[in-house]
Design a protein around this ligand. Structure first.
Ligand code: G
Ligand code: G
Ligand code: MN
Ligand code: NA
Length: 249
């Protein structure tokens, strides 16, 4: 609880840093968009999400984090044209919070950012409790002009039903399947199958954890749309984006 209190305080005082990781378009050979990844600044140290998201979930405080991340990311999108489009992670716990939609709308207006420059990533587990309400929320954000991505696809329950029910333009193939796909024939089969379904349903497939050149080339050969991972580029603070783009393109 002591820890929970420190995290809460950091969020309230806006002591966060978003790092941006490029998502690579295999067919066109350029960066398609970026994912914003949250780090907390606590006593001059950067704290990673796995160390504080579980505490926030216990305290039912994830909305505070999402609100802070949305404002910070949209502000950076407004100030940095290199951030053509950014994917923002939303927590399962606060996705149906009634404050979320008005906050997104007013922040986009405040910073004069086109909604089309924002993608929201939610995990399948976000919709476990209420698929109907989740779908309705995604539809509202789609009508506003924002895009959607289903994160960690393939690891949740009723996966295919979510794909059918949720109007998301992107589907991220869980990194656990991608990382070992050249050693494990089951993982390879799953990556190919998810990609085929995405193709048939007209969704963009995104492979996470592209950690080496062999995987990069294999994904390109399979026809996966986009890739994200340390082989392509690591997440960096916004001031380093231009420099990083020069290195990889
Ligand atoms: O970047 P990293 O590997 O530390 O992220 C670990 C996990 O934290 C990932 O599953 C990611 O989805 C989640 N995460 C990262 N940034 C955010 C954020 O801004 N908001 C939410 N809700 N989750 C995030
Ligand atoms: O939101 P999501 O669960 O997709 O978060 C992606 C996480 O994966 C982030 O924490 C990011 O830092 C991390 N990540 C990004 N690229 C790689 C990679 O190539 N390998 C591994 N192991 N992790 C990665
Ligand atoms: Mn994500
Ligand atoms: Na993921």
């Amino acid at each position: 609880l002591e820890w929970g209190h420190s995290i809460r305080q950091a969020l309230q005082q806006d002591e966060i840093e978003l790092h941006y990781q490029p998502i690579w378009d295999f067919k066109r050979g350029h960066v398609a968009y970026f994912e914003a990844l949250l780090r907390l600044k606590l006593n001059d140290e950067l704290i990673y999400p796995n160390h504080f998201i579980p505490s926030l979930e216990l305290l039912n405080d994830t909305y505070l984090m999402d609100q802070c991340v949305i404002r910070n990311a949209i502000k950076s999108v407004a100030q940095h044209p290199e951030l053509n489009q950014v994917a923002i992670n939303l927590s399962a716990q606060s996705f149906l919070d009634e404050r979320l939609l008005p906050h997104i709308e007013s922040t986009l207006q405040q910073f004069k950012v086109s909604p089309a420059r924002i993608i929201f990533e939610i995990t399948e587990s976000a919709s476990i409790n209420n698929l109907v309400a989740t779908r309705a929320m995604i539809e509202k954000l789609n009508r506003l002009g924002c895009h959607f991505s289903i994160d960690d696809f393939g690891t949740g329950f009723s996966t295919f039903n979510y794909l059918k029910q949720l109007p998301a333009q992107h589907v991220k193939i869980d990194g656990s399947f991608v990382r070992d796909m050249l050693n494990d024939p089951i993982d390879l089969a799953l990556v190919k199958a998810i990609n085929d379904i995405c193709c048939s349903l007209d969704r963009h497939s995104v492979a996470e954890f592209v950690e080496n050149q062999a995987i990069f080339l294999a994904l390109k050969e399979i026809g996966v749309d986009y890739g994200q991972g340390y082989f392509i580029a690591r997440p960096v603070p916004v001031e380093k984006i231009s420099e990083q783009l020069k290195k990889i393109s």
